[in-house]
Design a protein around this ligand. Structure first.
Ligand SMILES: [Zn+2]
Length: 394
């Protein structure tokens, strides 16, 4: 007969009951499904205590019980209650498509990333995204019936009223595609869309480098530059979903025409084309990914180009820091994969150009979630639209 901790252990009754509940839930999680007698053996609790707690957990909807037969005797088999459902996150990046399935406990249960060509087409990319969602559901042994909702991170700002991109040229060829409507028609589930930098900021705030702060600026250095804001613990999307377009801050009124139609935007100096033009004489035709890899490997020209770009972005970000006074600047996006070269150059530049603070100069750090921040943010967006998740900020 196993010793029953409820009978002999000191401590308050309620914390003991809580500890015993956890032991039982952990055992069911670990072994899948157990009879009450097996649960008693696995946890060291008496069968009477197990029976009482299982009844409470069943009423609370945490576990389910069914009558079964073991060695010819009737027994009550205990399993975890069927999960409340899954959510899907999609990140449509400039050169990649990532899809993930997550549960409501913030775990990712399946995930896949595919490369995309430059100027990928809206219809084929959304088609692949929908197929990938179905494929991942199949991989984890379920189907669309278990999918509650989807969140999509777009590499461009999205107008919540129309579901269309707010900045022409931000993602060429996608201007007239209502992303949420297309996917929701295809998968018969609600779809919520937001800018990837905003969702990167949200993910870093909830799960990554910004967990301890309420006001955060997320700078996303990618094929173009963008920013996401979390203010007072909530993502700030702006009046039309266009907040954070750091790459379209004008840095040279007489500069070249940007893809948005303005002149001299930051992206005309630090966007993909500008950076690749700078290294072409020395390195020939390389991709942005090559540039990051070369910089990590110590190539001086690649390092210099990324450092100078981070410095330039830091000057623009410093204006946001001066105006909004965030507690933390988090650096993400593909170029942040170059590591300290980029993060330190950006940090120095922000501190040099922002209003000097006597007591607490703003911290600039690398993202804690790496290149998955936007995808994890898309999952958070989807979760925030399920009515079973409490305390959401959306
Ligand atoms: Zn522009």
């Amino acid at each position: 007969m196993p010793k029953d901790p409820t009978a002999s252990s000191p401590g308050s009754q309620s914390s003991l009951r809580e500890a015993n509940r956890s032991r039982i839930i952990d055992a069911v999680k670990q072994f899948g499904g157990l009879t009450q007698v097996e649960l008693a053996a696995a946890t060291g609790l008496s069968t009477a205590t197990v029976s009482t707690i299982v009844k409470e957990l069943a009423v609370a909807g945490v576990v389910e019980t069914e009558t079964t037969s073991r060695s010819g005797r009737r027994a009550l088999r205990v399993t975890l209650a069927r999960q409340a459902g899954l959510v899907a996150g999609i990140h449509v990046g400039p050169r990649s498509l990532s899809v993930a399935l997550g549960d409501l406990a913030h775990d990712v249960v399946a995930e896949q990333t595919l490369p995309l060509p430059a100027d990928h087409r809206a219809d084929t990319t959304l088609d692949r995204a929908a197929l990938l969602v179905v494929d991942l559901l199949d991989r984890v042994g379920t189907d669309l019936d278990e999918l509650l909702t989807l969140g999509v991170a777009m590499a461009a700002p999205v107008d919540p009223a129309t579901g269309l991109l707010t900045v022409r040229g931000a993602l060429r060829g996608w201007e007239d595609t209502p992303v949420a409507q297309v996917l929701s028609k295809r998968l018969a589930r609600p779809v919520h869309v937001d800018a990837d930098a905003t969702l990167g900021a949200l993910a870093e705030h909830r799960l990554g480098a910004g967990r301890h702060v309420q006001d955060l600026l997320y700078v996303r250095l990618s094929y173009g530059t963008s920013a996401g804001l979390v203010l007072g613990g909530r993502p700030h999307r702006g009046g039309s979903g266009a907040a954070g377009q750091l790459g379209h801050v004008q840095v040279d009124p007489a500069g070249p025409v940007c893809r948005c139609g303005n002149r001299g935007c930051l992206d005309t100096e630090v966007g993909e084309n500008a950076l690749l033009d700078l290294v072409r004489p020395a390195l020939g035709e390389v991709t942005l990914r090559d540039l990051v890899r070369l910089a990590r490997g110590g190539d001086p020209g690649s390092r210099r180009v990324l450092e100078d770009a981070a410095n330039r972005v830091g000057q623009a970000a410093a204006t946001i820091v001066t105006v909004l006074d965030p507690q933390l600047v988090v650096v993400g996006g593909e170029l942040a994969q170059a590591g300290a070269i980029v993060v330190e150059a950006l940090g120095e530049s922000v501190r040099r150009h922002a209003l000097p603070h006597r007591f607490a100069p703003v911290d600039v750090v690398a993202g804690g979630l790496g290149p998955r921040a936007e995808l994890l943010g898309a999952l958070e967006l989807a979760r925030s639209h399920t009515d079973v998740v409490e305390g959401v900020a959306w």
